[in-house]
Design a protein around this ligand. Structure first.
Ligand code: NAD
Length: 476
């Protein structure tokens, strides 16, 4: 167990040197430039078995420390992340593509430290459920054992922390399987955390879908925390059935925002814009379709076009940029074809929509699409890129029906000058979180999770801790 290097400052080059395999490995390229960032180890299912075995061996000792001591480790882990924040942010920026500035790489690394600290601070006491002449019943939560954490490529470090911090706090060991698109970011994060944590309570297996599938079915894994697409979530449910594994599934969304007639378009434009374009639109709970009443339609469109003009896009390490490329070619092509389909249907592209041909990176310009039908694929599918379709409505009842009309329900938002009216509308939206006059603002103290096919189980806060434990009732 190391306790000496926790405030060590690590550069991105130093972190890369620590995580790259001695030879071989898979080249990872910067989606903004095509340049090689580094080489990721290619772990196999046999490597997964070894990591699970090591985690299982380490877990009882970790569980035996108790909450107060484990919380101390999480606080020191947060210090270690902060000490190496710039190195982590630079590596994240080069691998994922997100700029250092704006709600992007430095913000993400800051969120990792904030979530570690918050998770250390939650109080989880046994609950006394019954206490009367008939006896006493208490509800306790004990650790599950080893938790598998499978993550996506959009917020690779932050989502790993969302999964591993509560799992560790509850006395579990964790095996993380990062996305094959962003393994270096997660390996570097774990490298920093492991300067503080006891050996083998946190392991990373850098493999592809086969390794993810093996993890989801592994007899040595007691729970899977999964964040990714709804299609993969369904595959994980199937893989986990044989071992009746616990699951928390944070899946895809297609978040609606409804602007009410009393909103002030110019006042809300910046928050609307960043609700949609955070992380260049590659965010599960980003605003992905906006419903605007006739009376405000052109004003909202104009205000959003202005906001887009003030958000420079480019290479992540350039301090001026706040929007970056799509992370990978497949996502670029999905976004481009959805915009083309909308344009062909007669929708009006207000700004963007024309990527520069032959450019080095997967840059797709910030794009606003007006006069698009609710049935159009750009609205009905999760486009997961820097595009916002703006759908016109006349009757608020129709807007609510359209917002609720899909099989997913992660987040949603209502925009209004009247908080009472906004809350009435919010109460009718089928989503895990409905924000008022903002979108996507998550808080480590407030439970977060999806409705419908956006998943099940809650993350964050005391509810999130309980999800990483096994309830045990003691009654007598
Ligand atoms: P993805 O589902 O393609 O991949 C996610 C992870 O699953 C990767 O690590 C991948 O290797 C692994 N995987 C793939 N097939 C697997 C299988 N059969 N068994 C086990 N693991 C497997 O998702 P992505 O494209 O990386 O991420 C984007 C998606 O994630 C979007 O739909 C987005 O909305 C969603 N997302 C949701 C949340 C949330 O909190 N609800 C947060 C971020 C992203």
């Amino acid at each position: 167990m190391s306790t000496t290097s926790e405030t060590q400052l690590r550069s991105d080059q130093d972190l890369l040197a620590a995580i790259e395999p001695v030879s071989g490995g898979r080249e990872i390229r910067d989606p903004a430039t095509g340049e090689v960032v580094g080489r990721a180890p290619e772990h196999s299912v046999a490597d997964l078995d070894a990591a699970v075995a090591a985690a299982r061996a380490a877990q009882p000792g970790w569980a035996g420390l108790g909450h107060a001591e484990r919380s101390g480790f999480l606080l020191r882990a947060a210090d270690a992340v902060e000490a190496s924040a710039e190195g982590l942010a630079r590596l994240l920026s080069r691998e994922q593509g997100k700029p250092l500035n704006g709600p992007n790489a430095r913000f993400e690394v800051g969120a990792c430290a904030a979530w570690l600290r918050a998770t250390a601070s939650f109080v989880l006491e046994p609950e006394v459920l019954v206490e009367d002449e008939g006896g006493r019943a208490e509800l306790h939560y004990r650790p599950l054992g080893v938790v598998g954490a499978i993550g996506p490529w959009n917020w690779p470090m932050m989502i790993s922390v969302w999964q591993l911090a509560p799992a560790l706090r509850m006395g579990n060991a964790v095996v993380v399987k990062p996305s094959e698109y962003t393994p270096l970011s997660v390996l570097a994060l774990a490298e920093v955390l492991n300067t503080v944590l006891p050996a083998d309570v946190l392991r990373v297996v850098s493999g592809g879908r086969d390794v993810g599938e093996a993890l989801a079915g592994h007899a040595g894994i007691d729970k899977v925390m999964f964040t990714g697409s709804t299609a993969t979530g369904k595959a994980i449910i199937r893989s986990s059935a044989e071992t009746v594994k616990r699951l928390t599934l944070e899946l895809g969304g297609n978040d609606a925002g409804i602007v009410l007639e009393d909103a002030d378009p110019e006042a809300i434009a910046q928050d609307l814009f960043w609700g949609a374009f955070i992380n260049t639109g590659q965010t599960c709970a980003a605003l992905k379709r906006l419903y605007v009443p006739d009376a405000l339609y052109e004003r909202v469109c104009r205000a959003l076009v202005e906001a887009a003009a003030g958000a420079p896009m480019g290479v992540g390490l350039d301090e001026a940029n706040v929007l970056g490329p799509l992370q990978n070619r497949a996502q670029f092509e999905i976004v481009a074809s959805l915009v083309e389909e909308a344009r062909a249907s007669g929708a009006r592209v207000l700004v963007g929509g024309d990527p520069v041909p032959g450019q080095a990176g997967y840059f797709y310009p910030a794009t606003l699409v007006a006069d698009v039908a609710n049935e159009n694929a750009l609205v009905a599918r999760e486009q997961f890129g820097p595009v916002l379709p703006i759908v016109r409505y006349t009757d608020l009842e129709d807007a609510i029906a359209m917002a609720n009309g899909l099989e997913v329900g992660l987040g949603a938002s209502v925009w209004s000058a009247d908080p009472v009216r906004a809350r009435e509308v919010a109460a009718r939206i089928e989503a895990g979180t409905v924000w008022i006059n903002r979108h996507g603002a998550v808080d480590p103290r407030v439970p977060f999770g999806g409705a419908k096919q956006s998943g099940y189980g809650l993350e964050f806060g005391v509810e999130g801790l309980k999800a990483l434990g096994v309830p045990r009732v003691i009654s007598g």
